[in-house]
Ligand binder design. Structure first.
Ligand code: SIN
Length: 539
């Protein structure tokens, strides 16, 4: 039996949503923030381009709402999107007060533009390290508040429920000790799941643990078929899919195919600044070679950009490229899409409430429907701030009458049952089970090939079959790699089931066998319930 902790508010994840929520909650009780690695290691830290915000008054806010809605391809939850753009400026003002240093020119905040934005409204920091700067300032602020405890190297294993109420969770420390934490309310702010695909811009920690835990506990999960693939990750053999920010195209970069033609005019009027899903599919199509499996290179070209010091404007990107012998203003940079951001997640209302009592979610792990089928560039950091603060306000409100801490009896430390609800059979690992890393790689490969940018029934059914086979081999241990493997398996299962059910193409979800958007049947959100059934529901 491991140790037992108690807190008022438990937050899983120390990215932008988790830290913003912690700051909001600190006046109402003890806040424990747990994170899987060292503080700072989250998707937030790797966000390059910036944070979109309408600082120019009412008309600007309206335009931001229009752009967000249009990019989301008919599926944006309008209430959530209105909240995002209206509350965004206030949340960004707070960041400035707490010491976030956005880039300025002659004292004025600098603004850039990215895909599908009708004007320049994206703040950036240190050129191309916006998330890291916001994370730094939020962390510094959170550290100055005595009620907040930040705990590193904790892998969350399972939520603990009492009926349909979440009363805490089980986590595993770096030393392998299992701990139970009881709390008056739990916030999932655990970020995305890019590691479910072999090609991703996300760090290794992005394994979808929050979504998997919530699903296993019976929470509804929504819109999982909508995985955003960033169009331009670096494509060099043996080199990670390093993000090449959309801001490069915002500052004038072009895309060229293997014949060095600028091709985006064949796909969208906005050319390189078309919505992300359209650019990503265009690059994929231009990269298809003559025979099956053949790929052709596609390039980002900044050689024509003048009047901008590229090394100064994009210091992080320039220095990474230089390590690989490439210069932004001199060379064609080989690119390809990579999994970047999950629009779906734990279904919440605009207050972060999930379908389980006392369980909340905010940021990438959550699905308010704010991004619809395709997120507008640089809206994700804003989402974390706005909905992190809102979820925290709701947690404070809803728990203010229930100050009594639920005692967790000894026997509630649950048995570890990792693949519960991800398979219809009860898997029995064979004595020749492959290593966890190989199983994770199989999931990633299957998802990339069969449930990636371009999908069809045959491929998705093949992926479902692969996932059933892999489920049978998942070990019943609770090491961090094994827990993450279960998370990847659950997330992959949710994506495949939802993608099979949506027989149309919309936003980031493209079905070769159903290439049209079908508003009559599918202008709805997919919801997977605890038992694994997929339903489509109106907003
Ligand atoms: C980028 O810099 O292109 C990423 C920003 C985002 O994902 O919105």
């Amino acid at each position: 039996m491991g140790s037992r902790l108690e807190t008022d508010f438990l937050i899983v994840g120390a990215g932008i949503a988790g830290l913003r929520a912690a700051i909001e909650l600190a006046g109402a009780g003890r806040v424990l923030v747990v994170t899987k690695e060292q503080l700072g290691e989250s998707n937030t830290n790797y966000a390059q381009g910036g944070i979109a915000v309408a600082l120019g008054g009412e008309e600007d806010v309206e335009l931001h709402l229009d752009d967000t809605t249009r990019a989301g391809d008919g599926l944006v939850n309008k209430t959530a999107a209105a909240i995002l753009v209206e509350e965004g400026p206030l949340r960004v003002e707070e960041l400035l007060e707490w010491g976030t240093r956005f880039d300025r020119e002659h004292g004025e905040l600098m603004l850039t533009r990215e895909g599908a934005h009708s004007r320049s409204r994206i703040l950036h920091a240190n050129g191309d390290a916006t998330g890291a700067e916001i994370g730094r300032s939020l962390l510094q602020h959170a550290r100055s508040i005595p009620n907040i405890t930040l705990a590193e190297w904790r892998t969350c294993e399972e939520l603990i429920t009492d009926g349909d109420t979440v009363i805490g969770l089980v986590l595993v420390t770096r030393d392998g000790e299992r701990q139970t934490v009881s709390a008056r309310a739990v916030l999932l702010a655990s970020g995305g799941a890019g590691q479910v695909y072999s090609d991703t811009t996300n760090p290794a920690v992005a394994t979808g643990d929050g979504i998997a835990m919530a699903w296993r506990a019976g929470s509804e999960i929504a819109d999982m078929e909508f995985y955003q693939f960033h169009p331009t990750a670096l494509s060099l053999p043996g080199v990670p899919r390093f993000l090449l920010s959309e801001a490069l195209r915002g500052e004038g970069a072009w895309l060229r195919n293997s014949r060095q033609e600028r091709f985006m005019e064949r796909y969208h009027l906005l050319l390189e600044l078309a919505p992300r899903d359209i650019v990503a599919r265009a690059i994929t199509r231009e990269g298809i070679g003559a025979s099956p499996g053949d790929t052709l290179p596609v390039y980002l070209d900044m050689r024509q950009v003048t009047g901008l010091n590229l090394n100064q404007r994009f210091p992080g990107i320039s220095s990474f490229l230089r390590e690989h012998g490439l210069e932004l203003g001199r060379d064609l940079i080989p690119v390809r899409p990579a999994a970047h951001y999950l629009m779906g997640g734990v279904k919440t209302d605009v207050h972060g409430r999930t379908s389980l009592k006392r369980l909340y979610a905010a940021g990438e792990v959550a699905c308010t429907g704010v991004h619809g089928a395709n997120r507008l560039a640089s809206n994700s950091l804003l989402e974390g701030l706005v909905f992190g603060a809102r979820a925290a306000a709701e947690m404070r409100e809803e728990t203010s009458f229930s100050a009594r801490m639920e005692a967790l009896p000894e026997h509630t430390l649950p048995e570890y049952t990792p693949v519960r609800r991800t398979s219809t059979t009860s898997p029995q690992p064979s004595p020749h089970t492959p290593p966890v890393a190989d199983l994770a790689a199989s999931i990633q490969h299957t998802m990339w090939v069969k449930a990636g940018l371009l999908r069809d029934r045959q491929g998705l059914e093949g992926a479902a079959e692969d996932l059933r086979d892999i489920a049978a081999a998942i070990p019943r241990t609770n090491t961090r790699p094994a827990i993450e493997l279960c998370s990847l398996h659950a997330v992959a299962t949710l994506i495949v089931r939802s993608a099979l059910a949506r027989e149309e193409s919309r936003g980031a979800h493209y079905r070769n066998d159903f290439p049209q958007r079908d508003d009559v049947t599918f202008q709805k959100h997919s919801v997977v319930s605890g038992d694994g059934r997929v339903q489509f529901v109106e907003e």
